[in-house]
Design a protein around this ligand. Structure first.
Ligand code: ACO
Length: 332
């Protein structure tokens, strides 16, 4: 018989590298200013990895914090998903490196590629597997070392991103509504508005490709901005409708942390300015880690209280987007 169990987030954790890079620090590298960056993006600083840190190192630290928060041992994890666009290497998966670092020896592990939407996609992936009884306990991580994929001479992209990781532990529970089924979507026709065109099978690594800087992130900022506002706003409304919840019942909205002006535009459209969570000022855009870190901070800074309904929403390269509703439980 098919199961449809309620799935709860038991614990969360996050980790950001020690090194803080301010807007003034960036103004030494490229022709920009604190005023330009802050007024266009709401960012003041971001964290950047040490040279010897890789994405799995960040993910493992976030995972350890989430396991501690949930009161679980790594050996109890059945499923380990890492959402990332900046893997340690093409293969094996970054999830396997995290598994080894934290000792999750009973887990099966894989990476999920949905760019900045990855953490929500991975949450939904884990939720569905737990809900149907395929697995009991999942560890979902969003981890990025964006700094390895940025052109530090391109002021239109390098100022926007940071490094970091966040994690959540999921299990079935009998009470509350937990993490409800998500609404997600993609539009591959718009892939070239935000991508890293070089280094894969279509445009393999070569001196010429590297000289053209095609191994770095490229973006059409204005187009991305417009699509992000529309898609996240629509996804929030669709997931609320799907789960029969009114906007007024939601205590907190936690969007992907790409840019404060994107977040403000969604808040205005939904008329929820007083309930929008943001930490983009401190970390800039950490891609798939951004929602994971924001969720962890909202949980541990007392923004989310037991019984609260929270909406998570994301948008990223692909394009990809989605939104979920979550009833925050007592045991978080
Ligand atoms: N410092 C100073 N000037 C700059 C900088 C900079 N860092 N970057 C660009 N400029 C200049 C441009 O050269 C241009 O100059 P010009 O008018 O002389 O040609 C001018 O500023 C305006 O450039 P625009 O790109 O049109 O600036 P805009 O107001 O659109 O802001 C921004 C750019 C912040 C990137 C905006 O488009 C944006 O936020 N887009 C969303 C993109 C985003 O968040 N992507 C993240 C990845 S997607 C995701 O996570 C979902």
């Amino acid at each position: 018989m098919a199961l449809n169990r309620t799935v709860t987030i038991l614990g969360t954790g996050s980790y950001v590298p020690e090194k803080v890079v301010t807007n003034d620090d960036l103004a030494v590298l490229v022709d920009t200013s604190d005023e330009w960056i802050y007024s266009r993006t709401g960012m003041k600083e971001r964290r950047i990895c040490a040279a010897n840190q890789a994405t799995s190192d960040l993910g493992a630290e976030a995972a350890k914090a989430a396991l501690k928060d949930a009161g679980l041992d790594a050996a109890e994890i059945d499923l380990l998903i890492v959402a990332t666009l900046s893997p340690d290497m093409f293969f094996p998966s970054t999830a396997c490196f995290v598994q080894d670092q934290i000792g999750a020896k009973n887990a099966f592990c894989y990476d999920l590629g949905a760019a900045c939407s990855g953490f929500l996609y991975a949450l939904e992936n884990a939720r569905a597997q737990i809900a149907c009884g395929a697995v009991e306990t999942a560890l979902v991580i969003g981890a990025e070392k964006m700094s390895s994929f940025l052109d530090w001479e391109d002021r239109s992209t390098c100022i926007l991103f940071g490094d970091g990781a966040g994690a959540a532990i999921l299990q079935a529970r009998d009470r509350g509504r937990g993490l409800m089924p998500a609404v997600m979507g993609s539009d591959g026709a718009l892939a070239d508005l935000l991508w890293t065109p070089g280094g894969g099978s279509r445009n393999p690594i070569s001196h010429e490709m590297v000289n053209r800087k095609e191994h770095f992130i490229q973006m059409q900022g204005r187009d991305v901005f417009k699509h992000a506002v529309t898609r996240m706003g629509d996804a929030v409304m669709a997931t609320l409708e799907k789960n029969e919840i009114a906007v007024d019942e939601v205590a907190c909205f936690i969007p992907h942390q790409a840019n404060i002006r994107i977040i403000d535009a969604i808040a205005k459209r939904l008329d929820v300015e007083d309930r929008m969570f943001s930490n983009v000022e401190k970390y800039a855009n950490t891609s798939s880690a951004a929602l994971a870190i924001a969720l962890d901070e909202a949980a541990h800074e007392g923004v989310l209280k037991s019984g609260d309904l929270a909406v998570l929403t994301v948008f990223g390269s692909g394009f990809t987007w989605g939104a979920s509703v979550l009833e925050w439980g007592e045991n978080q």
